[in-house]
Design a binder for this molecule. Structure first.
Ligand SMILES: C[S@@+](CC[C@H](N)C(=O)[O-])C[C@H]1O[C@@H](n2cnc3c(N)ncnc32)[C@H](O)[C@@H]1O
Length: 261
């Protein structure tokens, strides 16, 4: 008899160097099985063998397991709050504002921040936007900054005309280099990495939904340990922190928490 899912997961996590136990396991199993169906893989042994020996399949597994869905101005009301409430306060209080998008997926999220700051007329010397993700394939896409219309549905015509150039076949839009150069990307596994400190705004949106309760708790502690007092923590629309005061956080708007220290 071949290995079961638990045995597969325990071996796969060593080969992939990813703590699969931090993720909701029923979801990891579902994603694994759906990829196996797509590749007509019969059992977990064969799947493991491919992860070990076929680097293309290994990448496909990682790609399938990490959901990369993202878009510019995702949940626009939150970006409006950021622009009208959070940024004005931060830039009044600080000479330089440090922002971290973690995870950043295809770059739509950190580039949205860069566009807002550019539109607000804030000098690039006054902020840093750092953006990280586990998945190196999606980071390559982020650096290329070429998007299909589905990533741009919340972008106004004015912003589209100003900062994007339509490709010659009309299928994609390329972001201007004046915005691209405002974001620094780096590959980071948020579960294993030691975090850099000194952040005034951390976005960790649409990531906790994939994690176990314990891992979410550990990560909130890790994120708040590197947030400056008075800094902000910005989550996805369907993500909540229960008892935020336990982490020194105060909920101030839909998906925004302020770190009181
Ligand atoms: C749904 S996207 C969220 C992107 C963006 N924050 C947003 O809300 O539009 C989730 C991202 O989490 C990344 N991810 C999954 N596990 C990770 C880990 N351990 N460390 C860093 N990034 C991870 C995936 O590669 C994926 O790009």
């Amino acid at each position: 008899m071949g290995i079961n899912f638990t045995e597969f997961k325990d071996q796969a996590k060593r080969i992939l160097n990813i703590d699969l136990d931090g993720y909701k396991l029923d979801r990891v199993e579902r994603r694994t099985k759906s990829l196996m169906r797509r590749y007509q893989i019969e059992d977990f042994d064969q799947c493991l063998d491919l992860i070990k020996n076929d680097s293309e399949f290994k990448d496909a597994y990682l790609n399938h397991f990490t959901i990369n869905t993202s878009e510019f101005f995702r949940n626009p009301e939150n970006f409006e709050f950021l622009e009208t409430e959070v940024f004005p306060k931060l830039f009044e209080e600080k000479n330089r504002v440090n922002i971290w998008s973690a995870p950043c997926s295809n770059g739509s999220e950190p580039y949205t921040l860069a566009i807002i700051l550019k539109e607000m007329g804030i000098s690039p010397t006054k902020f840093k936007i750092y953006a990280t993700d586990l998945d190196h394939t999606i980071l390559d896409k982020a650096r290329r900054a070429e998007y299909k219309e589905n990533s741009l549905k919340n972008v106004s015509d004015k912003i589209l005309d100003k900062y994007f150039k339509e490709s010659s076949d009309g299928k994609t839009y390329v972001l201007s280099s004046e915005i691209k150069r405002l974001v620094n990307f780096e590959q980071t596994d948020l579960i294993n990495a030691r975090f850099k400190n000194d952040w005034d705004l951390i976005l960790s949106r649409n990531f906790f939904i994939y994690l176990t309760k314990d891992m979410k708790d550990q990560l909130i502690n890790k994120f708040t340990s590197v947030l400056n007092p008075g800094g902000y923590f910005f989550l996805g629309n369907t993500e909540y922190i229960f008892s935020p005061e336990k982490y020194g956080l105060d909920k101030i708007f839909q998906s925004f928490y302020k770190y009181e220290g």
